[in-house]
Design a protein around this ligand. Structure first.
Ligand code: SF4
Length: 655
């Protein structure tokens, strides 16, 4: 048996971007383990990826294009050739475009791959030529990206390996123990070096277990917590006025709004002891280096973007930059800058933008002009991941909607397709990946042959472009050469040298990439009253539903085998009030829908909060519904971000 071991990079939507080692015997994967070409991988990878062969050889894997010869509700998929699939898609697109205009076509894609060639490259070019509607990417990171870029530009943050230098670390709205596990060894080392670690999260997680202080805030109250600490530091003369004068601007609105919050009033809203907030504020103020790891969990509510702005202002107000291990980390993707304008820039055509979070409403909105006549879904499984699941299903069941799904396996969304196209996995195609957590990047080469007749993103959209009769060079490129060209279009952030071993000291080796070079403490997009807290009105549903990433699912990719059954998590006090014990099945419901599933009772979740897993597939619950069936599609005014944690529900015993 011929065995070969290949080195590659993980392209999943995960900050770690691990180095991978893939052992292949006789053309088949027999082992996926940690690779040896990047130190942050540190000899281990997550179980999601180590079991990725399950997806590659899954019984649900798509090997050939399929056409639905039944109905949307009772589909009957039969194999068709690539030629007839491409011919049917392009002729339907032509007809739609002639009759209603290109905007009646909606491309729908998200984080199924973070490779540069497999997402937003040839596909973006194709849909721009088509004059299709554009998708506003808001499911995750829209508010944080808008705010962080408005405040600091694309400045890279503190590297994982520099956490060990910090004396105080706040892990805020992030759970590295589950969703970026390669930070954990550095956190442990920092703690054994004497660092104080605090974790702010409604749930006590494995990351909280590594912390000295856990603040289980009520979801959506991070803004008052940040403002109260800022006010406390202001009143006690602890702000670094010299640093603010020299390196920041527009602090007035933040400081003025913060004045309204005492630690006691924030403690009441957040549902945590005032003593703990005092302790955190005092320790952070006196320690240097001090570091905030700001995550994406805290943006998922109506106050999320504003909260991120207040939190990212803290290291500036307190003068925590200029030392190794001091400042903040959010996305580090700014270490390597991609210049898309160098090659195959999609033509700008000014077509309308549609917010992806509002997909259900968009598909069912008869007042849209034009209404959506076709949706092309790829790198995404919106039925499982996007708010208002039932409304999305209702839209996808429209007989007059021409739906194409391009994916590796039969997803919850593919069930509603007219045409399904089989996609390669990252082990079967060429790509290029840049991390947004670690400082890791590189080319991805195939290690096995494509499964069946599956094709890469570039191959599919090139074929569609050629079938449309377009002569653009991009549709003639080959995957391998294009991946190499993309690689050459990157350049390292100023002062990053050739990137090898680069770990910045913020405000020493990297500075804000803003217009005036200063930190803007009141970035655009925060609204009329930038830091005003909007309380959640108490309605008939008393519990808050959150749906964080787990060690089995960061998004829905791999949920089909990693999360075969979902459980809801509630606090014992909530269980007792509802006569629920750990053997019960429960109904979690609100006006949008209901989820029937098993329960786990745990003190790890705060009273008044229900936790369901992010990325679960429909088959994992009793009634084919997941957390998104209960999630409203309202969006944050900052960046139009999804507000998953604004879901309010009730829980009852299922009898
Ligand atoms: S930890 Fe993240 S980057 Fe590493 S293998 Fe798992 S999904 Fe990929």
């Amino acid at each position: 048996m011929a065995t070969k071991v290949h080195q590659t990079i993980c392209p999943m939507d995960c900050p770690d971007t691990c180095a991978l080692s893939i052992s292949v015997s006789d053309g088949k994967i027999d082992r996926i383990s940690a690779g040896n070409n990047h130190p942050n991988t540190n000899g281990f990878i997550c179980t999601k990826l180590s079991r990725f062969a399950r997806r590659v050889y899954s019984s649900g894997r798509l090997y050939s294009p399929l056409r639905n010869f039944g109905t949307k509700i009772a589909p009957e998929f039969r194999t068709i050739s690539w030629d007839s699939a491409i011919e049917e898609i392009t002729s339907r697109f032509r007809n739609i475009s002639e009759k209603w205009g290109g905007e009646a076509i909606l491309p729908y894609n998200y984080g199924g791959s973070n490779g540069f060639l497999s997402d937003e490259f040839t596909d973006a070019y194709f849909f721009a030529l088509m004059g299709a509607s554009q998708l506003e990417k808001t499911l995750c990171a829209a508010p944080t990206t808008l705010v962080a870029t408005g405040m600091y530009g694309k400045m890279p943050g503190v590297a994982y390996e520099d956490f060990i230098h910090s004396k105080a670390i706040i892990i805020w709205g992030a759970n590295p123990g589950k969703s970026h596990i390669h930070l954990m060894p550095y956190l442990k080392e920092a703690r054994s070096n004497g660092a104080f670690i605090a974790n702010i999260d409604p749930v006590k997680t494995s990351s909280s277990a590594q912390a000295d202080l856990h603040l289980p805030v009520q979801p959506g109250t991070d803004l008052p917590l940040a403002l109260a600490m800022i006010n406390y530091w202001t009143e006690n003369g602890l702000l670094d006025k010299k640093f603010i004068r020299e390196f920041a601007c527009n602090e007035e609105s933040l400081l003025c709004t913060a004045k309204k919050w005492s630690i006691e009033s924030a403690a009441e809203v957040c549902g945590i002891p005032a003593y703990d907030i005092h302790q955190l504020a005092d320790i952070y103020a006196k320690c240097s280096p001090a570091l905030i790891r700001c995550g994406w969990g805290l943006e998922r509510n109506r106050n999320g973007g504003q909260a991120v702005a207040a939190i990212l202002a803290i290291p500036a107000l307190m003068g925590k930059f200029g030392v190794r291990g001091g400042g903040y980390t959010l996305s580090n993707s700014g270490f390597l800058i991609y210049n898309r304008s160098k090659r195959y820039t999609p033509p700008k055509n000014g077509t309308r933008m549609l917010n992806m979070t509002r997909l259900g409403a968009i598909l069912n909105d008869s007042s849209l002009n034009p209404t959506i006549k076709s949706i092309f879904i790829y790198n995404s499984n919106p039925v499982a991941t996007v708010p208002d699941q039932n409304e999305i299903i209702r839209g996808l069941q429209r007989d007059d909607l021409f739906t194409v799904v391009f994916d590796q396996v039969m997803t919850d969304s593919a069930q509603f397709a007219d045409i399904i196209l089989p996609a390669t996995t990252f082990l079967e195609h060429h790509d290029f990946r840049r991390s947004y957590g670690t400082y890791h990047y590189g080319k991805i080469d195939p290690v096995i042959a494509p499964a069946g007749k599956s094709r890469s993103n570039h191959q599919v959209f090139s074929a569609l472009g050629r079938a449309m009769g377009w002569q653009d060079e991009i549709f003639k490129e080959n995957d391998a050469l294009l991946a190499e060209k993309i690689e050459s279009d990157f350049q390292f952030y100023k002062n990053a040298g050739d990137g090898s071993g680069f770990t910045p000291v913020l405000f020493e080796s990297v500075f804000p990439a803003t217009a005036n070079g200063k930190i803007n403490l009141c970035p655009d997009g925060l609204g009329k009253d930038p830091f005003a807290y909007i309380p959640h009105e108490s309605g008939q549903y008393s519990m808050t539903l959150i749906s964080p990433a787990t060690n089995k699912t960061i998004n829905s990719t791999m949920g089909e085998y990693n999360l075969p059954e979902q459980f809801a998590l509630i606090n014992p006090l909530d269980a007792v009030k509802r006569d629920i014990d750990s053997h019960c099945k429960v109904r979690i419901f609100n006006d949008l829908g209901e989820v029937l599933c098993k329960i786990r009772i745990s003190r790890e979740v705060r009273e008044g909060v229900v936790v369901l897993p992010k990325g679960a597939w429909r088959k994992s619950s009793i009634n084919g519904s997941t957390a998104t069936a209960l999630t409203p599609a309202n969006v944050n005014i900052v960046g139009g971000g999804a507000c998953f944690n604004d879901a309010r529900v009730e829980v009852e015993k299922l009898v």
